[in-house]
Ligand binder design. Sequence first.
Ligand code: PLP
Length: 368
Amino acid sequence: MMNIPFLDLKSQYRSIKGEVLPAIEQVLDNTAYVLGKPVAEFEHSFAKEHGVRFCYGVSSGTDGNHMVLWALGVGPGDEVILPANTFIATAWGATLCGAKPVLVDCDPFSFNIDPAKVEEKITSRTKAIVAVHLYGQPADMDTLGAIAARHGISLVEDCAQAHFAEYKGKRVGGLSVASSFSFYPGKNLGAYGEGGAVATNDEALARKFKMIRDHGSDRKYYHDLHGHNYRMEGIQGAVLGVKLRHLAAWTEARRKNAMLYGKYLADIPEVSPPREMPFARHVYHLYVLRTSRRDELQKFLETRGISTGLHYPIPLHLQKVFEPLGYKEGDLPVAEKAAKEILSLPMYAELGEEQIAYVVAAIREFHS
Ligand SMILES: Cc1ncc(COP(=O)(O)O)c(C=O)c1O
């Protein structure tokens, strides 16, 4: 029996150990523990790769989500529209500003926010829409952008799962007024600890990002704005700088693996592989299929040594913490149905064709 983990960070580390250890050593030799040259260099390269003018390394994607809305002036009494089908950190961006998350159902094929259901949620208090490029597939940005423009509200991106993903040939991160990224270790571009970034093409907003990240200051001990300590660590900047050079190849490998899964799964009618939207270049942070006997299949795959995941088993509107928002079961039916049918298969650059064939053979065996 093969043993196939959901994610294999060890084999990636082995492949770059010779590059990454000297980079870390240099940070230690220079005692550049917080921000510093490796972080600045990484920010520059990362911005360039995403076609965006300004990028700042921060302490996590969650902190990035908070900073984006904070810098836009979102505060108590405001509402922020975001998808119900996402990781909860998308909503923390709003709640940390004291604003109310307003949750929207998803599209059944892309699993991203359904733009057709956004406009009915806009009120006089709505300040922003957060587009999440879930699983690595860009949301329908043009449609969302048109809605935001019509109502004079901001559109922002949560790119935590979507480094290098493309919408109509353009990389995410600069498709809206401001965006955030996560470099949590399991992400397509992962640090060796916590990390994130914020990005924008707007110079005034960029200045706010830089200051909020560092106690509202751009001159030591002069604090012109409210802020926080959301700085990136030097070691994370150095690791990310090394890994960024490999990301294009790793992304290609993920896409190849997704194609192989799709090819092998094609003759199993009980499961629906993920769909790449016509406007999207999906980077497959997660390979999420749909199937009606999801729980049984997941248990069966476990007996065959295959680890899978659920992203996410409970949509945000049904989370206990959001009970005060007053949603009930049935309010967002597409997301609720998806939550019961989705299953994330092992997906990473180092996954081989033999392993993919083994996973699909087990899925076939379950249905035979
Ligand atoms: C969609 C989404 N947003 C935000 C985050 C938060 O990122 P972090 O874990 O770096 O705080 C994550 C991942 O954890 C995520 O998947």
